[in-house]
Write a protein that binds this ligand. Sequence first.
Ligand code: B12
Length: 223
Amino acid sequence: MEKEEIFEDLFRAIIDLDESKGREAANLIIEEKLDPLEGIGKGLSKGMEVIGERFEKLEIYLPELIMAGDVFNAAMEILEPEILARGKSVAKKGTIVIGTAKGDIHEIGKDIVAMLLKTAGFEVYNLGKDVPTPTFLQEAERAKADIIGVSALLTTTLLGQKDLIDLLKETGKRSRYIVMVGGGPTSQDWADKIGADGHGRTAKEAVSVALKLISKRRERRND
Ligand code: B12
């Protein structure tokens, strides 16, 4: 089977809400030694975009959204060990705590960011979803983190990202942590507006921004 056909099958599995097809295509990616990240980008994430558009147009409803998430997670269970194995021998780059903002239960994208950061050499503390603002700070203190990452997929939970920055300022800890934000309704403009240090549109971008911010901070400390 051609590589593009396998990615197309992953995409179809999401939009057809077909978990066994998703598992089958994910297994083929492993068997054929294809790049699992390419499979996520060209298959799974692309499928989720279409699902989101259909939901918005009221062509599908919440149960289908939930099923699409299940197909995504089933395929990821197969791809994740391979992704982590490929990134094994990387030197430690820093520590990050990451979670989804209070009131928001979307976590597929945040989990991909967490996984890619791991493969890039970060120690990652994944706080999960619906995380209260003070918990981000508590866990960052406990982990002696360099970066705090906040994901938000709902326009109503975006403010959780700003709340964290406000809390860091109030507690005199703003300069202690690098803050990164991401998720559908976020943008570089939004990050600038609330005073976040970095924004990532995709998990790949999240990793390159995190690496850049960490090395900038180290350079500054060595000045
Ligand atoms: C799957 C899904 C769900 C699943 C989530 C399952 C799960 N375990 O995560 C379920 C069914 C639970 C769900 C529920 C709801 N959903 Co929903 N959901 C989606 C959907 C279809 C896909 C999201 C997804 O997983 N995308 C795939 C991943 C890979 O992409 P991503 O999340 O964008 O993440 C990437 C980047 O954003 C970035 N990133 C993400 N986080 C971070 C963090 C940092 C720090 C950085 C740097 C980068 C970064 O990197 C990721 C990987 O590349 C979207 C549509 C869409 N287009 O986003 C709607 C969507 C987000 N949902 C929506 C809505 C309205 C809801 C509900 C309110 C529906 C309802 N009536 O109940 C509830 C909300 C419940 C709640 N309190 O949170 C709307 C939000 C509209 C808005 N702007 O406010 C969307 C946009 C659908 C739509 N078009 O209307 N949903």
